[in-house]
Design a protein around this ligand. Structure first.
Ligand code: SF4
Length: 94
């Protein structure tokens, strides 16, 4: 039996989206002034960040809660916390 690929492992995860509140908020002005936007887009393994009309969009429902964006963002650009209880990703394959 061959081992699962990363893509296959991600596909079996369950996402329970908090429709009322994003657990990630971007300070757009600070993001622009620090040049953080392209870094967020480049590092996120889930493609959560994208650019539209000079603003960074956040598709937080796809977040893997890895914390990489928080580690690389300039201080104050992101307000990030784990999703509220019961929401977010449930990993099923390690
Ligand atoms: S925590 Fe990880 S998956 Fe979630 S937005 Fe940040 S880099 Fe992307």
């Amino acid at each position: 039996m061959r081992p699962m690929t990363v893509t296959e492992r991600l596909a079996v995860n369950r996402f329970d989206t908090d429709d009322a509140e994003s657990h990630i908020v971007v300070d757009q002005e600070l993001c622009r002034s620090t040049g953080t936007g392209p870094i967020l887009i480049a590092v996120c393994p889930a493609g959560v960040y994208s650019r539209r009309d000079d603003e960074i969009q956040v598709e937080y429902a796809a977040c893997l809660e890895c914390g990489t964006c928080l580690a690389v963002a300039a201080r104050g650009v992101l307000t990030w916390h784990y999703p509220r209880g019961g929401c977010g990703i449930a990993f099923r394959e390690g």
